[in-house]
Design a protein around this ligand. Structure first.
Ligand SMILES: Nc1ncnc2c1ncn2[C@@H]1O[C@H](COP(=O)(O)OP(=O)(O)OP(=O)(O)O)[C@@H](O)[C@H]1O
Length: 629
């Protein structure tokens, strides 16, 4: 039975928190079908910014322990974020490194890498052997490995691929154990390589729309270092290093997942959701139930997150717009995790050779067949030497309240503007609810974007579609530019498939009098009208803009509604308009105070930052949105 013995970590420090690093993978053209450019960028070695979805003229800034930009090498990530924690496992403490982030953002690249660019796992294992080699301190060190994946909420042994779902147990000292999990003794790094490489091929991966080789499981490599004192009383300490490559958080609408992929995705998202709940609960502090048991992943990570381990979370993010909401969520998740406090302690057994004790039953002790080092010690007396300081729960009653924690996070965001800080505070406090809202918003945006694209390719949008080509970052730094979409690309020819009964039952004149038509009806109308030869010869009439395709009374009605909101709307009502965020709404209110009413909607261009193009895009978005209601 492993014992907990409290130690300070050498420097008199009693706690260590989760270190959070963010790694931005390089921008990939082929991942950016719309040619929009990046939506997130690094500012320096600790700060980054992302466009604020509430108001595209603003950015939200984040501060982390480390930010690794697109050019950062595998070696640099390892040296700065991982190497510093490895020495702890030789002292009987636990450490963990896990890669979190959306699918396709670079988790596997970071953890595993490639033969040319080895990642954290091979580098960390090599370093453990280097550390063991240099030790000459009266202890004998032995190293072993286990490797498993959590796939569809099943724990599968990657070193023994035929095996069934393995149970996760916890002994009375809160050690997490997996009875039956293979533990392979290792004598060198090449020994590790020999076992690890073929086992990695057993991991479940599949192709999704977002990543050709997407990890469908959470892969957890466990490196265990057991050290035994050469002299009496032959104390024994066990340190564990978890190296975790999490499956990506993903949105099934974008991955195109169906059937088995959809089921996998459900399990992946459930466990990542639980992980975020665990992080939330840990941040909330004493007395709150931490739902570790709600998923296998969190159950297994229990002693590496919010428990006793020195933890590093590397949050991988991707720069392309299509990852925007996943990136935003991942950053908020990472920012919360930063506040978790871990209390390191040494797991230690004291061996008293003279005393024979009956070996306890496996299911009572939680000891596993996978722990041969311990099982060989038949005459072990295990005395609990509970730490002078660290309690089982990571948080002491004196810890900060949630609000204080959030405020502490605020302080960390040194370079943020006051307004950004307040926004962030709100984001962090409501983050889970927010994620839901973001997903909804994304769905809405996607369907609108599809609609607009369709209209644009039908030629309905005309010139106004150019509004979306503007850079949407606006700050003192060189703006991140959305790439210009290829405007020379010939417009897609669309075949009009017209159901017979529609053209028979709905002559053009009837459709023209329908008020407040949906955009789809308008589209149909255009297609229908294309089929009728009009007396003036419709093909000779130049289509100037999207407005010209709409019923003038509908158009006028929408313009009047917008004008009324501009003149009488409250801050909240103004912000309900498309493309009007907090900043613009306040500018509108300010303009009204100084100049009185807007006489026409075009007066909006007198507001700071409202260019002709933006105005045109604003009108289009609001009119189409009103018609879609
Ligand atoms: N820092 C980087 N430098 C170069 N290429 C990278 C980097 N990060 C990721 N990539 C490449 O991006 C692609 C996706 O990365 P990867 O498979 O590691 O993503 P992932 O987050 O593990 O995805 P999933 O969750 O779907 O498994 C891969 O082709 C990978 O080689």
């Amino acid at each position: 039975m492993a014992q907990r013995v409290a130690v300070s970590d050498g420097g008199g420090r009693k706690t260590s928190r989760v270190r959070v690093a963010v790694r931005l993978r390089p921008y990939m053209d082929k991942q950016d079908e719309k040619g929009e450019g990046p939506c997130v960028r690094g500012l320096d070695s600790q700060n980054l910014e992302i466009i604020n979805w509430r108001n595209a003229t603003e950015t939200v800034k984040y501060h982390f322990d480390a930010f690794h930009g697109e050019q950062t090498t595998q070696q640099e990530v390892f040296l700065s974020s991982v190497k510093p924690i490895l020495s702890h496992i030789l002292n009987g403490q636990n450490a963990s490194v896990f890669a979190y982030g959306p699918t396709g953002a670079g988790k596997t690249h970071t953890m595993l890498g490639s033969p040319e660019q080895p990642g954290v796992i091979p580098r960390a294992v090599r370093e453990v052997f280097n550390l063991v080699k240099t030790k000459d301190d009266g202890w004998d060190y032995s190293v072993g490995m286990s490797y498993l994946e959590i796939y569809n909420e099943k724990v599968l042994d990657l070193l023994s691929p035929g095996s069934q779902d393995l149970p996760i147990r916890e002994d009375k000292d809160k050690n997490i154990l997996i009875p039956g999990l293979t533990e392979t003794p290792l004598s060198s790094f090449s020994d590790f390589d020999r076992h690890f490489i073929p086992a990695s091929l057993n991991r479940t991966t599949a192709s999704t729309k977002l990543n050709q080789r997407s990890s469908r499981s959470h892969a957890i490599l466990l490196i265990k270092v057991v050290r035994t004192q050469l002299a009496l009383p032959h104390r024994q300490q066990t340190g564990k290093l978890y190296l975790v490559d999490l499956a990506g958080s993903e949105d099934n609408r974008r991955t195109g997942n169906q059937g088995i992929r959809l089921k996998e995705s459900g399990a992946i998202n459930l466990s990542l959701f639980t992980l975020s709940k665990v992080v939330d609960s840990l941040n909330t502090g004493v007395g709150v139930r931490v739902p570790y048991r709600d998923s296998k992943l969190t159950r297994l990570l229990q002693d590496s997150l919010g428990g006793s381990a020195h933890s590093v979370m590397i949050t991988n993010i991707a720069p392309e717009y299509k990852y925007y909401f996943d990136t935003f969520s991942a950053l908020n998740f990472a920012a919360k995790s930063k506040l978790i406090v871990n209390k390191p302690f040494v797991r230690e057994t004291v061996t008293v050779p003279a005393l024979q004790v009956k070996r306890p039953r496996e299911d009572q002790t939680g000891e596993s067949a996978a722990e041969p080092q311990k099982k060989r010690q038949k005459d072990v007396k295990k005395t609990e030497q509970e730490a002078a300081s660290p309690p089982a729960h990571p948080h002491s009653p004196s810890e900060l309240s949630v609000m204080d924690r959030l405020l502490a996070l605020e302080k960390l965001m040194m370079s943020c503007q006051e307004k950004d800080r307040l926004n962030m505070l709100k984001h962090v406090a409501q983050s889970r609810k927010e994620i839901q809202e973001l997903k909804e918003k994304q769905r809405e945006f996607e369907s609108k974007a599809m609609l607009l694209n369709r209209l644009a390719s039908d030629g309905v949008m005309g010139e106004s579609s150019s509004a979306s080509k503007e850079p949407i970052f606006k700050n003192n730094n060189a703006p991140l530019q959305r790439k210009q979409p290829n405007i020379n690309k010939p417009k897609k020819q669309q075949a009009v498939v017209q159901p017979l009964q529609v053209s028979q039952l709905q002559p053009l004149q009837q459709i023209a009098v329908v008020k407040k038509q949906s955009v789809c009806v308008k589209k149909k109308e255009k297609k229908l009208s294309d089929q009728f030869e009009e007396p003036e010869g419709k093909e000779n009439i130049k289509v100037n803009g999207w407005e010209s395709q709409l019923d003038t009374s509908v158009l006028e009605q929408s313009r009047q509604t917008i004008l009324r909101i501009l003149n009488t709307g409250s801050l909240k009502e103004l912000k309900e308009l498309q493309q009007i965020g907090d900043k613009k709404a306040k500018l509108i209110l300010g303009w009204r105070e100084i100049h009185g009413h807007f006489t026409k909607v075009e007066d909006l261009t007198k507001i700071e930052g409202m260019t002709e193009k933006r105005f045109s895009s604003f009108m289009k978005a609001n009119i189409l949105s009103a018609m879609g209601k």
